[in-house]
Design a protein around this ligand. Structure first.
Ligand SMILES: [Zn+2]
Length: 74
């Protein structure tokens, strides 16, 4: 996929770390699958993965978690 930000690079499959903040809850997801631009480093996360992250964040927030480090399991 051609990068939409720099329009020069191509994206490659890789992993990234995502930090989500919701009110007092901070979740850090490691090893989130993403497509990463080999030129500017922009990260593209699929809507599917993004939805999983947001669902997880909502559950953790409801549990009253304030800070958590998680390995993302696809
Ligand atoms: Zn780029």
């Amino acid at each position: 996929m051609k990068c939409a930000i720099c329009r020069n690079g191509n994206t490659e499959k890789g992993f990234t770390t995502v930090v989500l903040e919701r009110d007092k809850t901070i979740l850090i997801f490691k090893r989130v699958p993403a497509n990463i631009c080999n030129n500017c480093g922009e990260e593209y996360i699929s809507s599917d993965v993004n939805r999983k992250l947001l669902n997880f964040a909502r559950d953790e927030k409801n549990r009253g978690i304030t800070l958590e480090l998680l390995e993302f399991a696809a």
